[in-house]
Design a protein around this ligand. Structure first.
Ligand code: HEC
Length: 172
């Protein structure tokens, strides 16, 4: 007992070090979770979205190039069905965007880099279509909606459109 008492400061110190180490470990684990973020959730209403040929290509590109900034854009189909929205989304991707836009109900400065030089027509089509069906977006998609085609994307290239002009044509 005497030996134990004599060693109590060491024991206390040891416990303290252990608690600090555990705490630090937990904090690091928390950082890790935040950095990795939640899994992308291509939730679909019909459960058929991932049967499209372009789905895996689109999701692969999304994970590699877009997911770092936004895990999902859950209102793309609403933009798509709005007046001019179909073309707006192509231009946003090809030419980027700069200007004020209403996002999630609040007016914000939207600055988006262009991806026209990063992806070919097939890749761009896959990405655009993916956004129409992923994250529950297909719920806002009319059943007769026509998906984007590589020809449509190709035809929109090569125009002289500035990021500011793209925002001027945003549906809302
Ligand atoms: C550097 C960060 C960043 C990257 C990378 C990025 N985005 Fe975005 N994107 C944003 C921000 C910020 C918004 C505004 C909405 C928000 O805050 O979620 C946005 C909005 C959008 C919108 C909605 C535009 C609108 O008018 O509301 C689409 C569509 C979009 N991004 C597609 C993409 C795609 C596809 C990629 C990958 C090829 C991508 N983004 C990569 C930052 C980024």
């Amino acid at each position: 007992m005497q030996r134990f008492l004599r060693r109590r400061p060491e024991l206390l110190m040891g416990t303290f070090v252990l608690v600090v180490a555990l705490g630090a470990g937990l904090f690091r684990a928390a950082d890790y979770v935040v950095a990795i973020g939640p899994e992308p959730t291509p939730a679909t209403a019909t459960g058929e979205a991932d049967t499209h040929a372009w789905f895996d290509t689109g999701m692969g590109l999304w994970d590699a190039h877009c997911y770092s900034c936004h895990a999902e854009v859950p209102y793309v189909s609403e933009l798509f069905v709005a007046d001019g929205g179909r073309d707006y989304l192509i231009d946003l991707m090809l030419y980027g965007a700069q200007g004020e836009a209403e996002i999630f109900g609040a007016v914000e400065m939207l600055r988006h880099r262009p991806y026209g030089g990063s992806f070919d027509d097939d890749q761009m089509t896959a990405l655009l279509n993916l956004m129409l069906v992923a994250w529950g977006n297909d719920e806002a998609l009319p059943p007769d909606a026509e998906f984007y085609t590589p020809d449509e994307v190709g035809a929109a290239r090569g125009r002289d459109v500035s990021p500011r002009e793209v925002i001027e044509h945003r549906p809302w």
